[in-house]
Write a protein that binds this ligand. Structure first.
Ligand code: NAD
Length: 468
């Protein structure tokens, strides 16, 4: 039976056919450089001892440090972590983030543990990584993923600092931290915002929209979101704010549907209060959550786990665009079905790269020990005010105080982060389109994305002089 890592490599092999690198170099790029598998005990609140299974995979050391999230899920397995690490290598290459790929996993259902237990598990996991040299600002830099968030990243940073005292750049050992603990503004929503930029960019192209029978622009596009966690929530928010309509949201316990449109935050608050997404006022319940993916819509946004679209359900998918928020939601068997149906798949290794892009900005901030905008905000504001005065004297027009405050405020950290993210997502999208256009045989954007990644990683190895 094929596993997730085999699936990623099958796509890699398909893309490699559009390159001319020697097989040895391709083999080096696709293999997973190292996996650390370890078990450790924790004492539960009831006094019993439980053995926890954990992994950290470092897929490619062609650039250092390596980077990738940590997943807490009862379904984590070794090849899954290796696959996710491989996707990180390709993702970083596609958006020009100078890291190799990595991923970590702990096999637990976070809901079954107290906060105190989760803290001890996270700190012990970090301890093991430090002992084996699998974490550090120049070695391996984890981040949040499924089942983890800012809280876990803060515990990791704190544990690392305790174990490696006096290390000036210690804060750069992990990203996705709370802003008060060395995080960067905009990281929490970065993956969702990046997905929005990717969708907006795709929808702006008449030659991509026309074959789908869609008008350009996001306005009125009907979106279905699977998974209202970090990625799904923020992607839904930015798409709705950009003019799209959320017609269905699917969670573990079921889905809710409303042609009039849902508001992600109201749904989130409802789930928080009642414990379920179901019975949301004004929406219809769908108890079979997977069935929500098969409803008619313009954009389907999987933002939960991998392996969602298979040969079995792909023929029933009615979406025109699939925006892959999750890693690996489409199996290699589903891809050709989507191609044949004419569905535009915006691939995970490009469109969910907003998280690692802003993680890179956070890491740079940690190494430079200064908040973005601190040195330049006032200077830029003064320049902008000068410009406004020049316009006033040339035109005789007087700006109001409100206009002046809006036009001459100098960028804050979050403005700079968001603009860096927007630039990254747009540039990478155009590179994918260019690759697809210049190789008529490339069947879709996923293969184009892999081709771009292979070129960048290959070049890096060749510059090292390892391969001719
Ligand atoms: P999360 O834990 O914050 O949210 C995941 C959500 O999916 C949860 O609300 C969960 O209840 C829901 N879910 C689980 N199974 C489901 C099912 N069968 N149907 C519907 N909903 C289901 O995780 P996240 O950080 O949002 O990550 C989601 C996906 O995005 C993962 O594949 C992850 O690898 C990928 N990703 C995350 C980031 C990031 O920055 N967090 C970056 C890139 C990619």
């Amino acid at each position: 039976m094929s596993n997730f890592f085999d699936e990623v490599n099958r796509t890699f092999d398909e893309a490699a056919k559009f390159t001319e690198y020697p097989q040895g170099l391709l083999d080096q790029i696709r293999c997973c450089n190292g996996v650390y598998r370890f078990d450790f005990p924790i004492r539960r609140a009831d006094g019993t001892i439980e053995v926890i299974h954990a992994w950290r995979a470092e897929h490619s050391h062609h650039k250092m440090p390596v980077k990738g999230g940590i997943r807490y899920s009862p379904e984590v397995y070794e090849e899954e972590v290796m696959a996710l690490a491989a996707l990180m290598t390709y993702k970083c290459a596609i958006v020009d983030v100078p890291f190799g790929g990595a991923k970590g996993g702990i096999r637990i259902e976070p809901k079954d543990y107290t906060v105190d237990e989760l803290e001890r598990i996270t700190r012990r996991y970090t301890h093991e990584l430090v002992k084996k040299g699998f974490i550090g600002p120049g070695i391996d830099v984890p981040a949040p993923d499924y089942g983890t968030g800012e809280r876990e990243m803060a515990w990791i940073a704190d544990t690392y600092q305790a174990l490696v005292p006096g290390h000036l750049d210690a804060m750069g050992c992990v990203t996705g931290k709370p802003v008060t603990q060395g995080g960067v503004r905009g990281r929490r929503e970065a993956t969702g915002r990046g997905l929005f930029f990717a969708l907006r960019e795709a929808c702006a192209h008449p030659d991509l929209m026309a074959p789908l029978g869609l008008a350009t622009g996001l306005d009125g596009k009907r979106v279905i979101v699977q998974g209202l966690g970090n990625v799904g929530y923020h992607a839904a928010k930015f798409c709705r704010e950009g003019g799209a309509v959320l017609v269905a949201i699917a969670e573990r316990e079921g889905a809710i549907v409303s042609a009039k449109g849902l508001h992600e935050d109201e749904v989130f608050q409802h789930r928080k209060t009642t414990g379920s997404i179901l019975d949301f006022p004004g929406a219809a319940n769908l108890r079979d959550t997977a069935a929500a993916l098969e409803l008619e819509c313009d954009v389907l946004l999987p933002a939960a786990l991998e392996g969602v679209f298979t040969a079995e359900n792909a023929p029933r998918i009615q979406a025109k665009i699939i925006l892959e928020g999750a890693n690996g939601p489409t199996t290699p068997e589903a891809d050709p079905i989507f191609r044949q149906k004419g569905i535009l798949v915006i691939p995970d290794i490009y469109c969910n790269a907003g998280g690692v892009t802003v993680s890179y900005f956070e890491w740079l901030k940690n190494l430079s020990h200064v908040r973005y905008g601190r040195m330049s905000k006032r200077h830029e504001q003064a320049n902008e005010l000068q410009m406004l005065r020049a316009i006033e004297s040339a035109t005789g027009k007087r700006f109001t105080d409100a206009e002046r405050a809006e036009l001459a405020r100098g960028p804050d950290e979050v403005d700079l982060v968001n603009s860096g993210l927007e630039e990254t997502m747009i540039t990478a999208f155009h590179a994918l389109l260019e690759t697809k256009r210049s190789h008529p045989g490339i069947p879709d954007l996923r293969i184009a994305a892999f081709v771009n990644a292979i070129h960048k990683v290959a070049r890096s190895y060749m510059e090292l002089g390892i391969f001719p």
